[in-house]
Design a protein around this ligand. Structure first.
Ligand code: ATP
Length: 359
């Protein structure tokens, strides 16, 4: 994790190598779309500050050895791993701005963050901090829900590239009543069995997993449950050819380690994993056969419809976006839309039409 000085020549060279780009939107900023030299992907540079890219979190496949090998402090903190979309919320010259993992200024999340009064209070007192968070609910990337609109769940506070230790973070978030990812407990390395039990219960409770942080926040690892692996397999088999290579392979490997570590019922999990893949993929096949596209539906509520237009401009770089419905609700607009995954539909159509491939 590089947190040194970024020289002007680094920025120029990165732009020349197409690893960074200069964008002029509500603010002017440089976005590192890829890692360059030691600068993390997603790093944002504005006239007066740097918002560092959020680094990868190392994954462990076995909890006991994973914790003892990677977490150096005896005491550590466990938080739930929330499956939303990653945002860094920062104060840029007095304006709250939310950036995606890839370093884009996200107009939708920025609008939501600006509507939260506690965030305004927080940034008045701590203008230099960055709130690293997951956004869930009615967002352009997560499953819609009728229970609430969106939630921004903070999991780290970045103080100029260094993350606050968990206890300090909990206390500051508590002071400003900022919602955080569920805290699952404080543990000691000599009681790893308790963490193992927790992971078992998370899997039973159909939760994604946990993130384990040392008491000084220098070390961090993530651990995901087979429930999440199987659930992702079902959802993403539907858009199989639009998924990155290795997506499914990774999940089969991870869930195998869990099933072995916990001596789970192998037949039951084999059936669940197989069913997940077949039901997702065959659903796609059936949809293509009926002439439908491979689509996922999303719903967002925006105060300003222009925000949706800006959002759409970003989304259409990767998927086709179709509006399903638009309706006014308490002065805001609720928009339901679909994203069409082009590659999957095209490949399936080709195979249904008899295309042959060499493999
Ligand atoms: P990578 O860790 O390599 O960036 P990734 O982008 O595919 O992997 P995940 O495998 O989902 O992401 O795991 C890391 C992400 O989990 C973090 O970037 C963060 O957005 C999210 N996350 C959810 N809950 C937490 C939490 N409690 N603490 C830290 N990160 C969390």
């Amino acid at each position: 994790m590089f947190r040194g000085k970024i020289k002007n020549t680094d920025i120029k060279d990165a732009i020349k190598a197409e690893k960074a780009e200069a964008l002029s939107e509500e603010i002017d900023y440089i976005r590192f779309k890829k890692g360059f030299r030691r600068i993390e992907r997603g790093t944002v540079i504005t006239k007066n500050r740097i918002v560092w890219g959020f680094p990868h979190i190392r994954r462990v496949f076995t909890l006991g050895t994973g914790i003892s090998r990677n977490i150096k402090t005896d005491v550590f903190y466990v938080e739930e791993k929330i499956d939303g979309y990653n945002l860094r919320i920062a104060n840029i010259d007095g304006r709250i701005c939310a950036f995606t993992r890839g370093g884009y200024l996200d107009p939708f999340a920025t609008e939501k963050a600006r509507e939260m009064q506690n965030l305004e209070k927080f940034f008045k007192k701590h203008p230099g901090y960055v709130l690293c968070s997951e956004m869930i609910g009615n967002t352009p990337f997560t499953e819609p829900t009728a229970e609430f609109d969106v939630k921004i769940l903070v999991f780290d506070i970045d103080d100029d590239g260094k993350y606050l230790p968990p206890l300090e973070k909990y206390s500051i978030l508590g002071e400003f009543e900022i919602e955080m990812v569920p805290f699952l407990g404080k543990f000691n390395k000599n009681k790893i069995e308790l963490v193992k039990k927790l992971a078992y219960n998370l899997n039973k409770g159909r939760k994604e997993g946990m993130v384990i942080k040392s008491s000084d926040r220098n070390d961090v690892v993530k651990f995901v449950t087979p429930f999440a692996d199987i659930d992702d397999t079902e959802k993403c088999a539907y858009s199989f050819f639009d998924m990155p290579p290795g997506f499914f392979y990774q999940r089969v490997i991870r869930s195998s380690f869990f099933i072995d570590e916990y001596s789970l019922d192998r037949d039951r999990y084999s059936k669940m994993l197989g069913n997940a893949f077949y039901s997702g993929f065959i659903r796609a096949l059936e949809d293509v056969k009926q002439g439908k596209g491979i689509e996922g539906e999303f719903e967002v509520i925006v105060s300003d419809e222009k925000i949706f237009d800006l959002l759409k401009k970003h989304m259409i770089k990767e998927v086709d976006v179709k509006i399903i419905s638009k309706r006014k609700q308490n002065g805001k607009t609720r928009i339901r839309f679909s994203k069409t995954y082009r590659k999957t539909a095209k490949e399936i159509r080709n195979f249904l039409n008899g295309k042959g491939v060499v493999d």
